[in-house]
Ligand binder design. Structure first.
Ligand code: ADP
Ligand code: MG
Length: 708
């Protein structure tokens, strides 16, 4: 290895030479690069390191030390040693020639049974704020960048943050500000670190890993951060032959294709039947019952008609073109069915039948065969093993379970499992209106990303919900979601950690990157709101679907009981919101409305004496206030019904209002009246306050994106 030091930070090694370093390591069956190799690569990118000099003898070590100037550091260089400090491979702060000679001897002695390349000689770096920067690869999202502060921050507090690569400057900004140790970087007691240099370093690492897919994982641990610049003191890279780049591009014009899935002009149902209880009965029944706004062709080799509609023995016998085919025939017959659909020129095939890749080798083979067929014909396929889609706006209800009457709503939703989606629809149809629900099943072809991209462009849909178990299209998911969240809120509930979470890890970064951390990072990065649980998800959906976004962080709380006012206040402040301050003139007017014994003007606490008229006047005053960005009203359940008409008659001037009815379960009829009138009802005021904060955060991000 050559011994050029890159201390000047000038690029001395070309990309070709970097690649040669990787090839050599991979050729020697090594899975990682030694520190000096890493630093040579880093220096070539203009990253400041403690250098990559390697001495082959004691005398050479002394000579190098004399040139560098004392104090120096000596470190073992061996392909067998990953963690150098363990077992005495790092000697710090060597003040003179004697110390260097002694340290050299100790290192060589300690590792005499290992293959020693030499001993690294480095300048002792000035102390700084210790940081760790790393990259690991996530099976779903590909390379992920990590940043955190070193020492106890990372070891004990796990104070690190992640972003999927490539990152933007905005992502890096957020990463730096997101860690709990950020105040240390910003400066305390007059010390601050060079944040611009840190950002630059993070960007360069992102660039490096994208340029060299051979880098599977990377740790810079530690990097010293200084008031001016920074210094990479140790580096480690785990390498493997560059994986073949998998195309994550959408195949063709996804949005147009998905439009056909949701708004087909005609649907053929293969396996439709008049025999009650069969799936082929239910699906066809749903399409008829919900008055699908297009042509329907039941396909059944044994019947002249199905549920009163003329049937065909095969899809190829249908005289007119068919946009979409739903396949319900058993898995064994599905391959032929798909082939016939393709020959007919169907654009979208929905395979609801189960018994494919989820069941074993035969099913997997059938699924592969189907994949080839649709690829050859350029058509798209939803499923297999799903419950189709629902588009209430055109009565396109493909569900395998019978679905009762549905409202036409503005919520779009994707779910993996059909049962989950059906359960939600049935349970929530009184309080929430869905527009589109898509179940993706085994997502052999059409994925949640395709659906998400489409929902972003559907004018009937104002808010998107995603119930996901795994993310298939990785980076494309982030790119698509980032675009959609600029237009409408996307709320995800992610369950079931994948087996990938238990993979064997090698780098420090990988060990810190639990699967779920990466999911959270990916969601944050793309502006997706992550729901904690189902209740939070539905709470968010109701609010986003029915109410405008808060105009500011000041909230007016109107309550019939003080304690819930306190709870609302606490939650607002905990979530970065605050109580609004009414203008003096409005305060005077409010005092005129309130009973004498009421003193608090926000929360306005009526102490069990609030009637509909007082509520109306109070809300109207609040709406006028410049400082009120949104409202929370806490209503007494026993008299909830008396408020609904009044609430409905108010002009809210674009400000959101969320309500809380404690123990709402006992007055569901009135709660449903409220919900139908467009007022989301929560059983806790904390939930209402938290969701208002979620909405405000989303609106801030949306504004920021619009300006960028
Ligand atoms: P390991 O392989 O054990 O991670 P490092 O190279 O990170 O070895 O060295 C261990 C510690 O020694 C570092 O965390 C850092 O605190 C200190 N250190 C190593 N090299 C230097 C250097 N050149 N200047 C100052 N401190 C150093
Ligand atoms: Mg280290």
């Amino acid at each position: 290895m050559n011994s050029r030091t890159g201390e000047t930070g000038v690029s001395v090694t070309s990309g070709e030479e970097c690649r040669a370093i990787f090839s050599q390591a991979i050729g020697e069956n090594r899975t990682y690069l030694m520190e000096h190799e890493c630093k040579e690569i880093l220096e070539s990118m203009g990253i400041a390191t403690t250098g990559f000099l390697v001495a082959g003898s004691e005398d050479e070590a002394v000579e190098m030390s004399n040139k560098l100037g004392y104090p120096v550091v000596l470190k073992i260089v061996s392909p067998d040693v990953v963690h150098k400090t363990d077992s005495g491979g790092v000697k710090l702060n060597l003040a003179d020639e004697d110390a260097v000679r002694a340290a050299y001897g100790e290192i060589v002695g300690a590792f005499k049974y290992q293959h020693i390349i030499g001993v690294a000689v480095q300048k002792m770096a000035d102390p700084g704020v210790e940081a760790i920067i790393g990259v690991t690869r996530d099976p779903n999202f590909g390379p992920v960048l990590m940043f955190g502060l070193g020492g106890i921050f990372v070891e004990v507090l796990k104070d690190v943050t992640f972003r999927v690569l490539p990152v933007t400057l905005q992502d890096i900004d957020e990463m730096i500000q997101e860690i709990k140790g950020y105040p240390l970087l910003k400066g305390y007691r007059g010390k601050a670190v060079d944040i611009d240099a840190l950002k630059n370093l993070l960007l360069k690492i992102s660039e490096l890993v994208l340029t060299f897919p051979e880098i599977r994982e990377l740790d810079l641990n530690p990097v010293f951060l200084y008031p001016r610049g920074n210094m990479t003191v140790d580096a480690r890279m785990f390498v493997s032959p560059a994986p073949e780049a998998v195309s994550q591009q959408a195949s063709g014009n996804t949005v147009e294709q998905m439009r056909t899935l949701f708004y087909p002009g005609s649907i053929a149902v293969l396996g439709a039947t008049s025999v009650e209880g069969k799936l082929g009965y239910n699906v066809f029944r749903n399409l008829l019952f919900h008055k699908f706004a297009g042509k329907l062709y039941p396909i059944n080799p044994k019947s002249e008609s199905v549920q009163g509609v003329k049937a065909y023995r095969s899809i190829t016998e249908v005289p007119d073109p068919v946009d979409l085919a739903i396949v319900l025939v058993p898995a064994s017959a599905a391959v032929t069915a798909v082939e016939e659909c393709c020959r007919k020129g169907v654009k979208i095939i929905v395979v609801e039948t189960a018994g494919f890749a989820e069941t074993g080798a035969d099913g997997k083979a059938a699924q592969e065969k189907i994949r080839e067929i649709i690829k050859a014909h350029g058509c798209r396929l939803l499923g297999p093993n799903c419950s189709g889609v629902i588009n209430t706006h055109v009565g396109n209800v493909q569900s395998i379970g019978l679905v009762e009457e549905l409202g036409k709503g503005n919520i779009g939703m994707t779910a993996q499992a059909g049962v989950y989606a059906a359960g939600i629809l049935t349970g929530l149809r009184h309080v929430m209106n869905f527009g589109i629900v898509a179940t993706i099943g085994n997502k052999m072809d059409i994925s949640e990303t395709d659906i998400l991209e489409y929902l972003g462009s559907d004018d009937h849909i104002d808010v998107v919900a995603m119930y996901m178990e795994d993310v298939k299209s990785g980076r494309r998911f982030i790119d698509v979601a980032s675009e959609v969240t600029k237009k409408k809120p996307v709320i995800a509930l992610k369950g079931g950690r994948t087996a990938a979470g238990t993979k064997v890890v090698s780098s420090h970064t990988a060990s810190l990157a639990g699967n779920d951390e990466i999911n959270s990072a990916a969601f944050r990065q793309s502006g997706i709101i992550r729901a904690r649980d189902n209740e939070h998800l539905f709470g968010l959906l109701k609010a986003f679907a029915r109410q405008p976004l808060p105009r500011g962080d000041g909230i007016l709380v109107i309550t019939y009981t003080g304690s819930l006012g306190v709870a609302a206040t606490d939650t607002l402040y905990l979530n970065g919101m605050r109580l609004a301050e009414l203008e003096p003139e409005l305060k005077e007017r409010l005092k005129g409305i309130l009973p004498d014994y009421v003193t608090s003007l926000n929360p306005v606490d009526y102490s069990f004496s609030m009637d509909a008229e007082q509520l109306r006047k109070t809300i109207e005053l609040g709406i006028v206030s410049e400082d009120v960005g949104g409202l929370i009203v806490v209503l007494q359940g026993e008299i909830l019904g008396s408020f609904v008409d009044t609430l409905r008659s108010i002009d809210y001037k674009g400000k959101p209002i969320l309500s809380c009815v404690a123990v709402k379960e006992f007055m569901m009829e009135d709660v449903i009246l409220m919900e139908k009138a467009g007022f989301p009802v929560y059983s806790t005021v904390e939930m209402a306050a938290e969701i208002l904060a979620d909405m405000y955060r989303y609106s801030l991000r949306k504004d920021r994106q619009a300006q960028a």
